[in-house]
Ligand binder design. Structure first.
Ligand code: HPA
Length: 254
């Protein structure tokens, strides 16, 4: 049997993004890794003429909350099916002015405010101790390719910014968001870490495309506004219109 063509890209979908609409000829894989099972099946198919894998980070029915995601299993499973490049789609709240609802951003930095998550492959006694470089948490070349693809596709994507990874599942207090702004954060989400760090430990190229679903607590023009799930999902759906053309352009470069 001829070997399967290489995977051009693996995509991890976040809140509101549970499948890739245009993925064709889908095969389903359910790899179980040494870290356990991933959040759900990996769907591998053809998108824009290239082989692409998709995994819904929270499960296809959004049954896994951010702090209970088996991030290690998700990334190890993607690696096991042949992924080398991972595009993480993360739904976020916007903190600074450039990141209002429906904006797409490609951050270049992050601050990890999560706690109690298994955040390394070195967790078990006897495993190798990994001190990977993480000064640039997102692979610069993959970020560049995403931004070039966005320009080619005519999709606006903000270049750079700092992602604050919070524990969730509750949203933040206004004081927490004010502190994150002082820390230099631009967007806030609950799933960016340990995913990015584990990808680095596994030697995967990894970049984030952040989809702004709402103003973070107290950050928008109406500081008293409450965040609702309906608002989050409606903004993600609207912002996702740019994803198809951006992905096609990205895959055309692969
Ligand atoms: N905070 C944290 N995570 C989020 C938010 C938010 O405001 N919106 C979408 N994901």
């Amino acid at each position: 049997m001829p070997a399967a063509p290489e995977l051009a890209l693996a995509i991890i979908g976040g809140t509101g993004l549970y499948a890739l609409a245009d993925l064709q000829d889908i095969e389903t894989h359910q790899p179980v890794t040494r870290y356990g099972a991933p959040s759900g099946p990996i769907r591998i198919g053809t998108l824009a003429g290239k082989r692409v894998a998709f995994l819904a980070r929270h499960g296809e029915g959004h049954s896994v909350p951010p702090h209970r995601i088996n991030y290690r299993a998700n990334l190890a499973a993607l690696k096991a099916v042949g992924a080398q490049r991972v595009l993480a789609l993360n739904t976020v709240g916007g903190i600074t002015e450039r990141f209002g609802p429906r904006v797409l951003g490609c951050p270049d930095q992050l601050i990890d405010y999560t706690w109690g998550r298994i955040s390394t492959l070195s967790e078990e006694a006897g495993s190798d101790v990994l001190h990977v470089d993480f000064g640039d948490p997102y692979t610069p070349l993959l970020r560049r390719e995403i931004l070039t693809a966005a320009t080619a596709a005519g999709v606006a994507v903000v270049d750079g910014g700092c992602y604050a990874a919070t524990q969730g599942p509750r949203l933040e207090t206004r004081a927490e968001i004010a502190r994150m702004r002082r820390d230099g954060c631009d967007v806030v989400g609950m799933t960016g870490m340990p995913e990015a760090g584990l990808a680095r430990e596994l030697g995967l190229d990894y970049a984030c495309l952040a989809i702004v679903a709402n103003w973070a607590a107290g950050a928008g023009p109406d500081p008293d506004e409450q965040i609702t799930l309906e608002e989050v999902l409606a903004h993600v759906e609207a912002a996702s219109a740019g994803l198809g053309p951006l992905l096609s352009a990205l895959l055309a470069q692969a």
